[in-house]
Design a protein. Structure first.
Ligand SMILES: NC(=O)C1=CN([C@@H]2O[C@H](COP(=O)(O)OP(=O)(O)OC[C@H]3O[C@@H](n4cnc5c(N)ncnc54)[C@H](OP(=O)(O)O)[C@@H]3O)[C@@H](O)[C@H]2O)[C@@H](O)CC1
Ligand SMILES: Nc1ncnc2c1ncn2[C@@H]1O[C@H](COP(=O)(O)OP(=O)(O)O)[C@@H](O)[C@H]1O
Ligand SMILES: [K+]
Length: 480
């Protein structure tokens, strides 16, 4: 995933290599016109073109739509130069009429193409352009944004029905996804070498994750496919925090664990039936034959103790919720443990000494800092969830707000622990676990909308796994 600056550098490098930039613009506009046709057919288009190259893309799209017999009205900023001017001349040669942007008006049944600003935007829109963007949003018409909804990453910005990203996703496509609507990724002929950048954050794809899925040989048995120990829960005044470890156990089983051991306070319901129970008066590490642990779900004031006991096992461990404290993280770091931290913004803020709002504002930076400071793998939960380890960053594209309900994080911890137990390295277990958990939420939300139960998310994990394995469910964007 590129920052807008990194994308501009790639454009420049292509030009330095001798690659004609006009070709990129032609492909961009042509592919965007293809998406327009797919989504809106022959509906008349109103194209708003800025003076930069984003506007140029819009002018190319206008020409292709005209050639397809679509009625097009173009409002363009003055003073185009370079490729954008060539695009304008090509459009004029087709007999198109261009009107000044100041006169932009929209009619019923039309579709607005937003080609005002892309990666060249410097600072928030103000004055005329801010007003224009507000008018576009208020028009009630469908909006197709080229490359980026204009105004992003600031406000005001266009709220698009669909966005065609050119060459690669840029940060706002994932971090401000709500403004983008349906996402399309258009290949525009940029040399591949310029797009393969290990130093930039990745967006996890089904193609990259599929090979990581643990396969089961015919001879598999419950002791060979990964066993998980869950340590958590708390018993204080009355019985509290009893459900969280149970949900983690369900997450583990539904991700394919062979056996789940539950080390929980005495009095915790004996669920699920399939688990091996170790009822304890206080946090302790009972003897368990497992390959990974999930710790801290619903531990309350016992969370730190559970985590310290778990460390004695020397196993790959997921640390969640009440285990996420500085002393725990420091101890795991000192021990050189393989651990995956799964904080939400509040818990990450606690570890970083920041407010949850600060963390949520720049989750990429927060996840990277936490991974660097702890030396551990970090899953910063949210939308999008970010996985960080060392210098590596991965953004997860699955998941939706129906997952915003109690216990779904516990399910995720159990799921990641299972993948660790199956032998995946922490970064891979985290990326794959988060992707499948989000996909389970997506499949359920399509069926039921909001109002999910966390245990249903666990139950949908096998379907998500199957969808990834069989390829019936691709990435949540379309390639054109
Ligand atoms: N990715 C690729 O490989 C390819 C990318 N391509 C396309 O190029 C796009 C990038 O084009 P770009 O660099 O010309 O910038 P763009 O977004 O059109 O805006 C620049 C204009 O905005 C203005 N401006 C800036 N800030 C402003 C503000 N706050 N308020 C008001 N105005 C402001 C700025 O004015 P200036 O400051 O320069 O006077 C300038 O006029 C990219 O998104 C993609 O669509 C394809 O064509 C080909 C391959
Ligand atoms: N708006 C959202 N979009 C996508 N995923 C979400 C959203 N809200 C919550 N989630 C997911 O749901 C889970 C919630 O975890 P967490 O906050 O730890 O809940 P709990 O502690 O109740 O288990 C995380 O995996 C998170 O990424
Ligand atoms: K745009």
């Amino acid at each position: 995933m590129f920052t807008p600056e990194a994308m501009r550098e790639a454009d420049q490098k292509a030009a330095e290599m001798g690659y004609p930039s006009l070709l990129l613009m032609e492909w961009a506009g042509m592919k965007a016109a293809r998406v327009y046709k797919e989504l809106f057919g022959q509906r008349p288009a109103v194209v708003l073109a800025g003076k930069g190259n984003n506007g140029g893309d819009g002018l190319v799209l206008a020409r292709h739509l005209l050639l397809e017999g679509v009625r097009v009205r173009v409002y363009a900023a003055p003073d185009q130069a370079g490729d954008a001017l060539q695009a304008k001349n090509a459009l004029l040669a087709h007999g198109a009429e261009l009107y000044p942007l100041e006169e932009a008006a929209f009619g019923e049944g039309e579709v607005v193409v937003d080609a005002l600003f892309g990666t060249g935007l410097k600072g928030p829109l103000t004055g005329f352009y801010a007003g224009l963007v507000e008018r576009v949003n208020a028009s009630g018409l469908p909006i197709l944004a080229l490359d980026l909804p204009s105004g992003l990453p600031y406000s005001p910005h266009v709220r698009a029905t669909a966005t065609v990203a050119f060459a690669a996703f840029k940060t706002p496509h994932l971090l401000m996804r709500e403004a983008c609507g349906r996402l399309f990724l258009a290949e525009i002929g940029l040399p591949k070498a310029l797009l393969e950048r290990e130093d930039l954050p990745e967006v996890a794809t089904p193609e990259a994750l599929r090979p990581l899925l643990p396969r089961r040989p015919l001879t598999a048995h419950k002791g060979s496919v990964g066993r998980v120990g869950v340590l958590g829960g708390y018993r204080g005044d009355g019985l509290r925090y009893a459900g969280a470890p149970v949900l983690a156990a369900l997450g583990a089983y539904r991700m394919g664990a062979g056996l789940v051991h539950l080390a929980v306070p005495e009095g915790t319901p004996l669920e699920p039936l399939e688990a091996v129970f170790h009822p304890l008066p206080a946090p302790a590490l009972p003897p368990m034959r497992v390959e990974a642990l999930a710790v801290g779900m619903g531990g309350g004031p016992w969370g730190v103790l559970w985590a310290m006991r778990a460390l004695e096992a020397g196993l790959p461990t997921v640390l969640d919720a009440d285990a996420l404290h500085l002393e725990v993280v420091a101890a795991y770091r000192r021990a050189g443990a393989k651990a995956v931290l799964t904080p939400h913004a509040g818990e990450a803020g606690r570890l970083l000494g920041r407010s949850p709002e600060e963390v949520a504002k720049d989750p990429l930076e927060a996840a990277r800092t936490l991974a660097r400071e702890t030396g551990l793998t970090v899953v910063l939960k949210g939308n999008p969830t970010v996985v960080a380890e060392g210098e590596r960053l991965s953004l997860n594209p699955t998941g939706n707000p129906a997952l915003a309900t109690g216990g779904t994080g516990d399910v995720l911890s159990g799921a990641i622990a299972t993948l660790l137990a199956a032998g995946l390295p922490p970064f891979e277990a985290a990326r794959l676990g988060v992707y499948l958990h989000g996909l389970a939420g997506d499949l359920l939300a399509e069926e039921k909308g909001v109002g999910l139960l966390a245990k249903e998310v666990a139950e949908a994990l096998p379907r998500a796994r199957e969808a990834l394995l069989s390829g019936t469910r691709g990435a949540p964007w379309e390639r054109v």
